[in-house]
Write a protein that binds this ligand. Structure first.
Ligand SMILES: *Cc1c(COP(=O)(O)O)cnc(C)c1O
Length: 425
């Protein structure tokens, strides 16, 4: 795969720094230029025809012999900075190919539209990112006639099988759309188990359901869904990979065949990542390893403090999964670390939560996660406002639940402010 071919046996931290850019491509510039252009000049009329033969028909030889040199046509079809990001993300995800999008939701929507047909059914892990929840339960279900079925405990074989049977009763099961760990409850999905069930269903149906995993919460350095059995791994690059809360982007990695289907649809939808964002992304990914390390260390300190505080009822930090539990076994097999976004629940409800949140100054009261700064929000009234209360509570989000994305500040300063908030709650 491309990590092997392009990156040899280099470690992910090393690939994150320079992979995908060769200074010889741009006057020897140590860092990639931003190629801000909408269109590209063809060297000749025949070259123009050959570029199009290569792009649309996969031709590798010129019509009159010789190789077709690398060349771009129009930025919506592809551009140099996008290629660099895709090469680097494919290497980190250990995939053949990667498609870059202008947001995580653009990536997820394109995946759904490319892989699902009217009458198909789909199983998704609950809770799933609220944008994906809306996509599936409104657009895909109502406008496109796709039957959607949720499964809450996706480490539990019986629960997954029951959801799959319910889905198949309504139409061929085309896709398991998973998110692990889930937002904001840190619920874990057993990716390998879902893949095994997908194989069995494939033998029965004559068409194997595909498995996609949203890897936003841990990112490519802490979890590799493709190695666990997923066909596609989706990342909202807006979060940890972007890492500074200053851009929106997304990616999907997998086999060249599947990613090629997404790229073909992306060309029609026009939702690719644009040059400046792609350039920022290349820069951000370089520090992903050190940011991940520091944020994870801080998160452990803050989560431990919260767990031991009398006003806190529950903390969903992955590092606290009980030894011997099924989720812990999957975590140990699947995850390289606990990440730095988790939720905690105060005793009481919205009033206590709001009193706590209104004390926050250093911790920014905002949705999103994975930035250098610590962000905190109240899911029930913000990120999950649109999800009906019953579905929200069934997946563990109550009026006292807060989501915390721990950043790179000194943990003592974070804990001092959290202490003030808890005193006020
Ligand atoms: C933020 C997020 C998304 C959506 O990404 P955008 O870049 O905001 O469109 C998808 N999945 C998860 C888990 C997220 O946290």
């Amino acid at each position: 795969m491309s990590a092997e071919a392009g990156g040899g046996r280099l470690h992910p931290d090393t690939l994150a720094v320079g992979h995908g850019y060769d200074p010889a491509q741009a006057w020897g510039a140590a860092k990639p230029p931003i190629v801000l252009t909408s269109t590209f000049v063809y060297p000749s009329a025949q070259a123009a025809k050959d570029f199009h033969r290569a792009f649309f028909d996969g031709a590798t030889e010129g019509e009159h012999g010789g190789d077709i040199p690398d060349g771009y046509i129009y930025s919506r079809l592809g551009h140099p900075n996008l290629d660099m990001v895709e090469t680097r993300m494919a290497a980190l995800d250990r995939a053949e190919d990667c498609a870059g999008f202008n947001s995580g939701m653009a990536a997820i929507s394109t995946l759904a539209l490319a892989l699902l047909r009217p009458g198909d059914s789909l199983v998704y892990s609950r809770p799933i990112y609220s944008g994906a929840d809306n996509l599936l339960n409104t657009v895909m279900a109502a406008n496109f006639g796709v039957h959607v079925e949720g499964v809450i405990d996706a480490c539990d074989e019986a629960a997954i099988r029951a959801a799959a049977e319910a889905a198949m009763a309504r139409g061929p099961l085309a896709l398991f759309m998973l998110e692990s760990p889930a937002n904001p409850t840190a619920a874990i999905v057993d990716i390998g188990l879902v893949r095994r069930i997908a194989e069995e269903i494939g033998a029965r149906q004559g068409r194997r359901p595909l498995v996609s995993v949203d890897n936003t919460f841990l990112g490519p350095l802490l979890q590799n869904p493709l190695e666990q059995g997923a066909d596609l791994t989706v990342t909202s690059l807006t979060k940890y990979c972007g890492g500074h809360s200053d851009l929106l982007a997304g990616s999907v990695s997998g086999s060249a065949e599947l990613v090629g289907r997404l790229k073909a649809l992306r060309m029609i939808l026009g939702n690719h990542m644009e040059p400046f964002t792609a350039w920022l992304m290349l820069r951000s990914i370089e520090s992903l390893a050190v940011r991940t390390e520091r944020a994870c260390a801080n998160a452990r300190v803050v989560a431990t403090f919260l767990r031991d505080h009398p006003k806190v009822a529950k903390v969903t930090y992955l590092g606290f999964l009980p030894e011997g539990s099924p989720a812990r076994a999957v975590y140990d097999r699947q995850c390289g670390g606990a990440g730095s976004t988790f939720s905690f629940t105060l005793h009481g409800g919205e009033a206590e939560a709001f009193r706590f949140l209104d004390q926050m100054r250093l911790l920014k009261l905002a949705v999103s996660l994975g930035g250098s700064e610590t962000l905190i929000c109240h899911p029930a009234t913000t990120t999950h406002y649109n999800i009906p209360r019953e579905r929200r509570e069934a997946s563990g989000i109550t009026d006292g639940t807060m989501r915390l994305s721990v950043g790179l500040e000194h943990p003592d300063d974070l804990i001092a402010e959290i202490t003030r908030g808890l005193d006020a709650a």
